[in-house]
Design a protein around this ligand. Structure first.
Ligand SMILES: [Zn+2]
Length: 203
């Protein structure tokens, strides 16, 4: 299946093509892994002719998934440049994290509060662990988005959001599917009654 489409289930839609390109460019085995309590993601350097390996927990919200992905790719890039010669979250890693975060800032992938939290994380020389608390808290605020409901359970004319942030209005039942209009483009899409979506409260 198409990498970009799979990735768009986990990261904000505009971010998916960039991550897909990195996976190819760096020849990385990228795996969506089951939820681990001890870590969000993992990077393994390419030993014995293997590829680089990155895994990220499936149960992160799209922003946390993306930040974790960039975090791990910064480990990969640092390994490419220094092999074992740089500390895991040292200055070299930090500069790469910053650089690799840039395309997502340019595409305005993050809401303002997260952009701010990520920036202060990047500016703070003491913040170096995989789970800096302030950034973690800011990301956590978006967790409720992962509890979606089925389209069929919404009232007609309800506005809802997909995981990638696109918003739609539920308009009518056509045969067994729901006709919904994307708010931004006014284009019509047909949704399975069981599609998982996130109602946007109108008031
Ligand atoms: Zn790390």
């Amino acid at each position: 299946m198409d990498k970009e489409r799979i990735l768009a289930k986990y990261v904000p839609a505009e971010a998916a093509p960039i991550v897909a390109r990195w996976i190819d460019y760096f020849k990385c085995d990228f795996k969506v892994s089951k939820g681990r309590n001890t870590k969000f993601g993992d990077y393994r350097p390419p030993y014995n002719g293997d590829n680089h390996r990155i895994s990220v927990n499936y149960n992160l919200n799209p922003y946390a998934f993306l930040v974790t992905t960039v975090h791990e790719f910064a480990h990969l890039q640092t390994w490419n440049e220094y092999k074992g010669g740089a500390r895991p979250h040292g200055l070299e890693w930090k500069l790469n994290f910053k650089k690799m975060m840039r395309p997502f800032f340019e595409k305005e992938v993050f809401p303002a509060d997260l952009k701010h939290a990520i920036n202060s994380y990047l500016e703070n020389p003491a913040a170096s662990s995989c789970s800096d608390l302030n950034l973690f808290r800011a990301l956590k605020r978006y967790d409720q988005q992962s509890q979606g409901v089925a389209v069929e359970s919404l009232a007609m004319k309800t506005v809802f959001m997909l995981k990638d942030g696109r918003t739609f209005r539920k308009d009518e039942l056509v045969r067994k599917r729901f006709k919904c209009m994307e708010i931004n483009t006014r284009r019509i899409y047909l949704f399975s009654p069981l599609a998982e979506v996130f109602p946007v409260s109108g008031d």
